[in-house]
Design a protein around this ligand. Structure first.
Ligand code: ADE
Ligand code: ZN
Length: 339
């Protein structure tokens, strides 16, 4: 008879070398930095600094409200620094941070200044906490083809080493249409200009959205992607193309994409040999951290050190850090798992 294994302890989980690859800057704005009195009350109720989000649309409106108050470079610098600080406290040596300029109206037309402010925070975070960071600058699903191409041109002109990738997030209109054909030219131009590519799919879209993100956008990683489980041919595509999923189990439960953690498809996806990493998505909106995500998953799915180690491995191998950084994090992980 197979004996249930004890969950790895908190110290082991926290110390496990990791990289976080699905983390929105917008979900890292502390409530304490906001001024509901001056800016008008938030679009959703907030309890103890945590917004009560009924789903993805509520979350996106909340982000417009919160990020809409961030007008000063020092605020962005502080948010970026805190990302690195929290990453270290959770054992992560690298973070790929998604930033969607449409949520930040004070920075409209000033993306280079926005990147500079974030870069200052990330640089300080790297020197104080030995955490490297890259930005995945994100389109919103509702943007036009011309807006998408314009963003890519700005990024390529800027050529900032902090910017690693083009991303796309927002609401995929409940699976009715993800409009990938509209964004294909921007992603093609990004690839030709040397940017990496990731895409939200298989969260508010079904498995078809995942297939299109791979085939039409050339996504190298899929953010969420969990609804791939609905179509065996999409699972086969992810496996054959070795496309990893950046999974965020707590986010999926809180936004109603899956009913409970126990019913989350990550276990079945892994059984089908789909590579999955564990991530927080919007940690300050959900009141979670990365180590907690590993712990909760271990408890819910009966995972031990092997499974958590594999998930950390996928995060590190699929992150957009410089090659030598990726290699050294990978070596750190190997040493931790086989001391
Ligand atoms: N922006 C922030 N969090 C998001 C999510 N879970 N899905 C799509 N866009 C987002
Ligand atoms: Zn996300």
């Amino acid at each position: 008879m197979e004996m249930p294994r004890p969950a790895p302890d908190e110290k082991w989980i926290r110390g496990l070398p990791k990289a976080e690859v699905h983390l929105h800057l917008e979900g890292c704005v502390p409530y304490g930095l906001l001024e509901p009195a001056a800016a008008g009350s938030p679009p959703v109720p907030v309890e103890d600094g945590i917004p009560l989000l009924a789903g993805l649309s509520a979350l996106l409106s909340y982000l417009d409200w919160s990020c809409g108050q961030m007008s000063r470079g020092e605020q962005l610098e502080r948010i970026a620094y805190a990302v690195a600080e929290r990453a270290r406290a959770n054992g992560a040596g690298h973070v790929d941070v998604i930033v969607n300029p449409t949520h930040w109206p004070h920075w409209r037309g000033r993306l280079p200044a926005m990147v500079d402010a974030l870069d200052a925070g990330f640089r300080a975070g790297e020197s104080d906490h030995d955490v490297t960071s890259k930005l995945c600058v994100s389109l919103k699903r509702t943007q036009s083809k011309a807006e998408a191409l314009e963003l890519v041109e700005v990024l390529l002109d800027l050529g900032h080493p902090r910017v690693a990738a083009l991303s796309i997030d927002g609401n995929e209109e409940d699976g009715r249409a993800s409009h990938n054909e509209r964004f294909a030219p921007a992603f093609e131009r990004a690839a030709a200009g040397g940017l990496r590519r990731c895409a939200h799919a298989g969260e508010s879209s079904g498995a078809r959205g995942v297939r299109e993100a791979v085939e039409m956008l050339g996504a190298e990683r899929i953010d969420h992607g969990i609804r791939s489980i609905e179509d065996p041919s999409v699972i086969a595509l992810l496996v054959s193309e070795e496309i990893p999923l950046d999974v965020c189990p707590t986010s999926n439960v809180l936004l109603g994409v899956v009913p409970t953690l126990a019913e989350h498809p990550i276990r079945r996806l892994r059984e089908h040999k789909v590579r999955c990493s564990l991530n927080t998505d919007d940690p300050l909106l959900y009141g979670i951290d990365l180590a907690g995500e590993f712990r909760r998953s271990a408890e819910a799915f009966g995972w031990g050190t092997d499974e958590l180690g594999e998930m950390a491995r996928v995060g590190i191998e699929s992150c957009f850090a410089e090659e030598d950084r990726r290699r050294s994090l990978s070596a750190e992980l190997s040493a931790y798992l086989s001391p």
